[in-house]
Design a protein around this ligand. Structure first.
Ligand SMILES: C[S@@+](CC[C@H](N)C(=O)[O-])C[C@H]1O[C@@H](n2cnc3c(N)ncnc32)[C@H](O)[C@@H]1O
Length: 326
């Protein structure tokens, strides 16, 4: 018995999404489940890799343009700064320090599905920026945002929403439209949205970011099988899966997979089901879409936003696009 029941129960959404994903053809798993405690720690290691240029590029933008971003914030008015999927929040801290140093009145509202990320970020911020007002939430960001939107105390203040790290790129085309429509519906006219998006560039540079030589990205993917073994009582043998990624230049997205190296059965004790894997059968793990400035323009226009400014790093690898709800 190696299953870890949470509060005496298995996580029913995790079970539902796993059954749905592994019953589909091709088999797939949802990337939001990457981030258990171990997954969140491995992701921090990925962000420190030289080849993973996304973090360095976005950090450079925050260091260079925090003052410019501040110029757009409604003066002398209290507001909520909400971050969806904050992770370790290292880049956000740069903006927060500028905001606090300029005595701007605001409450920081980080939302993340990873309890570890929220706890360590909240602890860090309370000691590093003691004057910061912070109201953290653990949970799915869209569900939390919907709840806050319907909360009368919350809805009266203007909002700036942050969605960094090219997180949007993990969504399919229809998920992207659903996400932006839902977000747009949760915002009021004049609210702002700062989104970090990875730009189209040399395809070799893009591919290397998702296939590091140290095998950390592989470990990040395999960790989801380990998580299912612990939390859903499955018996995946991690040695019998390969990690494979490629950049699909036509659709501007990196696709990553785990591939079964054997004909094998995997049993789940939490819902008493066996899934069969053919030799070389794939599990689709994650997509990471890349954008042109024109794509970004279309996304903003289609979902009821105007672009206030696009901030790019010196290599033009990454864009933080500041939008205003019309
Ligand atoms: C790619 S990381 C980005 C972290 C951070 N924003 C950054 O730019 O470094 C994605 C983060 O979003 C969180 N996350 C993923 N899906 C989520 C969801 N549906 N609801 C809330 N958080 C989610 C993960 O736990 C993780 O911390």
């Amino acid at each position: 018995m190696h299953s870890q029941e949470i509060n005496g129960q298995y996580d029913t959404s995790f079970i539902r999404d796993t059954i749905q994903g592994l019953s589909a053809f091709p088999k797939s798993l949802q990337s939001k489940y990457f981030y258990d405690d171990r997954g969140s720690i491995i992701f921090q290691q990925i962000m420190n890799l030289d080849d993973y240029y996304l973090t360095n590029s976005e950090t450079e933008i925050f260091e260079k343009y925090s003052r410019e971003i501040l110029r757009y914030i409604i003066p002398n008015k209290d507001f909520h700064l909400i971050e969806l999927g904050c992770g370790d929040g290292i880049k956000t801290k740069i903006l927060l320090e500028h905001l606090v140093a300029n005595h701007t009145n605001f409450t920081f509202v980080p939302i993340d599905i990873s309890e570890l990320s929220i706890q360590s970020l909240s602890d860090d911020l309370r000691s590093e920026i003691p004057n910061l007002k912070i109201e953290p939430y653990i949970g799915d960001y869209l569900e939390t945002l919907d709840r806050l939107h319907n909360d009368k105390n919350f809805d009266t203040l203007p909002r700036m929403v942050l969605f960094l790290g090219s997180n949007l790129g993990n969504f399919s085309h229809s998920e992207t439209n659903d996400f932006l429509s839902r977000l747009s519906g949760d915002l009021n006219e004049g609210d702002q949205f700062l989104i970090g998006l990875d730009l189209v560039k040399n395809p070799h540079t893009i591919r290397r970011a998702y296939d590091d030589s140290e095998g950390i990205t592989k470990e990040f993917n395999l960790n989801l099988l380990r998580r299912m073994n612990l939390e859903l009582g499955s018996n995946f043998d991690l040695k019998q899966f390969e990690h494979y990624t490629y950049y699909d230049i036509r659709n501007q997205e990196v696709l990553s997979f785990l591939v079964s190296t054997q004909d094998q059965d995997v049993q789940f004790e939490s819902f008493d089901k066996i899934f069969h894997f053919e030799k070389w059968e794939k599990i689709f793990m994650e997509r990471s879409h890349k954008y042109t400035l024109e794509d970004i323009n279309i996304l903003a226009q289609t979902h009821g936003f105007e672009i206030l400014e696009n901030f790019l790093d010196s290599r033009e690898y990454f864009c933080n696009s500041l939008w205003r709800k019309r």
